[in-house]
Design a protein around this ligand. Structure first.
Ligand code: THU
Length: 128
Protein backbone atom coordinates (compact mmCIF):
# COMPACT_ATOMS: atom_id res chain seq x y z
CA UNK A 1 0.00 0.00 0.00
CA UNK A 2 1.34 3.43 -0.91
CA UNK A 3 1.54 6.29 1.58
CA UNK A 4 -1.19 8.07 -0.38
CA UNK A 5 -3.48 5.03 -0.14
CA UNK A 6 -2.84 4.81 3.60
CA UNK A 7 -3.83 8.49 3.90
CA UNK A 8 -7.07 7.68 2.05
CA UNK A 9 -7.76 4.95 4.64
CA UNK A 10 -7.18 7.49 7.43
CA UNK A 11 -9.72 9.78 5.75
CA UNK A 12 -12.30 6.96 5.90
CA UNK A 13 -11.59 6.59 9.63
CA UNK A 14 -12.58 10.25 10.09
CA UNK A 15 -16.24 9.33 9.61
CA UNK A 16 -16.47 7.85 13.11
CA UNK A 17 -14.51 10.60 14.88
CA UNK A 18 -16.32 11.73 18.02
CA UNK A 19 -15.14 15.27 18.65
CA UNK A 20 -18.10 17.41 19.82
CA UNK A 21 -15.93 19.48 22.17
CA UNK A 22 -13.01 20.51 19.98
CA UNK A 23 -14.66 20.04 16.60
CA UNK A 24 -11.25 18.73 15.49
CA UNK A 25 -11.91 15.38 13.80
CA UNK A 26 -8.89 13.13 13.31
CA UNK A 27 -8.51 9.79 11.54
CA UNK A 28 -5.63 7.32 11.57
CA UNK A 29 -4.73 4.23 9.56
CA UNK A 30 -2.14 1.82 10.95
CA UNK A 31 -0.29 -0.92 9.07
CA UNK A 32 1.16 -3.88 10.95
CA UNK A 33 4.43 -5.51 9.88
CA UNK A 34 2.36 -8.15 8.04
CA UNK A 35 0.26 -5.44 6.34
CA UNK A 36 -2.90 -5.82 8.40
CA UNK A 37 -4.82 -2.54 8.52
CA UNK A 38 -6.36 -0.96 11.61
CA UNK A 39 -8.32 2.29 11.57
CA UNK A 40 -8.79 4.70 14.46
CA UNK A 41 -10.42 8.03 15.24
CA UNK A 42 -10.27 10.45 18.15
CA UNK A 43 -12.86 9.87 20.85
CA UNK A 44 -13.54 12.84 23.11
CA UNK A 45 -15.25 12.96 26.48
CA UNK A 46 -17.10 15.55 28.58
CA UNK A 47 -14.25 15.03 31.03
CA UNK A 48 -11.71 16.31 28.53
CA UNK A 49 -8.74 14.37 29.92
CA UNK A 50 -10.49 11.11 29.07
CA UNK A 51 -10.12 11.90 25.36
CA UNK A 52 -8.14 9.43 23.23
CA UNK A 53 -6.39 10.49 20.02
CA UNK A 54 -6.97 8.74 16.69
CA UNK A 55 -3.45 7.30 16.64
CA UNK A 56 -3.77 5.61 20.02
CA UNK A 57 -7.23 4.29 19.17
CA UNK A 58 -5.77 2.54 16.11
CA UNK A 59 -2.69 1.26 17.97
CA UNK A 60 -4.65 0.00 20.97
CA UNK A 61 -7.17 -1.72 18.72
CA UNK A 62 -4.31 -3.54 17.02
CA UNK A 63 -2.45 -4.45 20.22
CA UNK A 64 -5.67 -5.75 21.75
CA UNK A 65 -6.00 -8.03 18.71
CA UNK A 66 -2.51 -9.45 19.22
CA UNK A 67 -0.45 -7.24 16.87
CA UNK A 68 2.57 -5.47 18.39
CA UNK A 69 4.77 -4.52 15.43
CA UNK A 70 3.81 -1.70 13.10
CA UNK A 71 5.45 -0.15 10.07
CA UNK A 72 3.41 2.98 9.23
CA UNK A 73 0.61 5.14 10.55
CA UNK A 74 -1.19 7.79 8.49
CA UNK A 75 -2.95 10.66 10.26
CA UNK A 76 -5.41 13.17 8.80
CA UNK A 77 -7.55 15.97 10.21
CA UNK A 78 -10.97 16.86 8.83
CA UNK A 79 -10.07 20.40 7.89
CA UNK A 80 -7.07 19.22 5.88
CA UNK A 81 -4.61 20.69 8.35
CA UNK A 82 -1.44 18.75 9.08
CA UNK A 83 -1.94 17.04 12.43
CA UNK A 84 1.42 16.04 13.90
CA UNK A 85 0.94 13.35 16.58
CA UNK A 86 0.97 14.58 20.16
CA UNK A 87 3.72 13.60 22.61
CA UNK A 88 1.69 10.84 24.25
CA UNK A 89 0.92 9.21 20.89
CA UNK A 90 4.58 9.47 19.88
CA UNK A 91 5.58 7.73 23.12
CA UNK A 92 3.10 4.93 22.31
CA UNK A 93 4.53 4.71 18.78
CA UNK A 94 8.01 4.52 20.33
CA UNK A 95 6.87 1.36 22.12
CA UNK A 96 5.43 -0.51 19.14
CA UNK A 97 6.95 1.08 16.02
CA UNK A 98 10.24 2.82 16.96
CA UNK A 99 11.58 2.23 13.44
CA UNK A 100 8.25 3.09 11.83
CA UNK A 101 6.98 6.06 9.89
CA UNK A 102 4.26 8.65 10.35
CA UNK A 103 2.50 9.68 7.13
CA UNK A 104 0.87 13.12 7.03
CA UNK A 105 -0.71 15.21 4.31
CA UNK A 106 1.32 18.33 3.69
CA UNK A 107 0.05 20.70 0.97
CA UNK A 108 -2.02 17.87 -0.50
CA UNK A 109 0.97 15.53 -0.74
CA UNK A 110 1.97 12.55 1.42
CA UNK A 111 4.90 13.39 3.67
CA UNK A 112 6.75 10.70 5.64
CA UNK A 113 8.51 11.21 8.98
CA UNK A 114 10.38 8.69 11.14
CA UNK A 115 8.98 8.20 14.62
CA UNK A 116 12.56 8.78 15.80
CA UNK A 117 12.80 12.20 14.17
CA UNK A 118 9.51 13.29 15.79
CA UNK A 119 10.53 11.82 19.18
CA UNK A 120 14.33 11.59 19.24
CA UNK A 121 14.63 10.69 22.92
CA UNK A 122 11.59 8.57 23.71
CA UNK A 123 11.45 6.89 27.09
CA UNK A 124 12.49 3.23 27.22
CA UNK A 125 12.60 1.32 30.49
CA UNK A 126 15.97 -0.38 29.76
CA UNK A 127 17.74 3.00 29.87
CA UNK A 128 16.96 3.38 33.55
N1 THU B 1 -5.94 14.68 18.26
C1 THU B 1 -5.73 13.49 17.66
O1 THU B 1 -6.62 12.62 17.62
N2 THU B 1 -4.51 13.27 17.10
C2 THU B 1 -3.54 14.20 16.97
O2 THU B 1 -2.52 13.93 16.36
C3 THU B 1 -3.72 15.52 17.56
C4 THU B 1 -4.93 15.70 18.40
C5 THU B 1 -7.28 14.96 18.79
C6 THU B 1 -7.43 14.96 20.27
C7 THU B 1 -8.65 15.84 20.46
O3 THU B 1 -9.82 15.05 20.29
C8 THU B 1 -8.59 16.82 19.30
O4 THU B 1 -7.69 16.24 18.37
C9 THU B 1 -8.12 18.20 19.70
O5 THU B 1 -6.96 18.15 20.40
Amino acid sequence: MTDKELLDCAKKALVNSYAPYSGFNVGAALLTDDNTLFLGCNIENASYGATVCAERTAIFKAVSEGYTKFSRIAVVAKDGSTAFPCGICLQVMNEFMPEGNVILEVNGEAASYNVKELLPHGFVLEDN
